[in-house]
Design a protein around this ligand. Structure first.
Ligand SMILES: [Zn+2]
Length: 113
């Protein structure tokens, strides 16, 4: 098994695919309210070991995160102001409706391991 037999264009293609999938996973994780650092880890992980990280990501995305989101206790403030732009927010949104910055995410997930 000689890796150098793989043409450069093929290696490039594989790299590009990994980058695209890594980026998609990272931004998809963001949409699910994950912490920015975690999204980077998902993206980077997918880029480096796609075959392992992709199934794990899909498992987390469909099985674990919806449960976490569904069981988020209502003790966080339902109404508040965006700490970035100061606009009034309702229903404790993940992203500010005005400036689109992330208002909550990792801090609303309890029970750190
Ligand atoms: Zn804002």
């Amino acid at each position: 098994m000689q890796m150098q037999e793989m043409p450069l264009s093929m290696q490039l293609l594989v790299t590009v695919i990994n980058v695209v999938i890594g980026y998609s996973i990272g931004s998809d994780a963001r949409k699910h309210g994950r912490d920015l650092r975690e999204c980077w880890l998902w993206g980077l992980g997918a880029f480096l070991i796609l075959i392992l990280v992709l199934p794990l990501y899909l498992y987390m995305r469909y099985k674990v995160w919806p449960r976490e989101a569904g069981s988020t206790p209502g003790l966080s403030r339902a109404t508040g102001t965006c700490k970035y732009c100061g606009v009034l927010t309702e229903d404790n949104p993940i992203y500010c409706p005005s400036c689109s910055k992330q208002l909550r995410g990792a801090e609303s997930v309890h029970g750190k391991k």
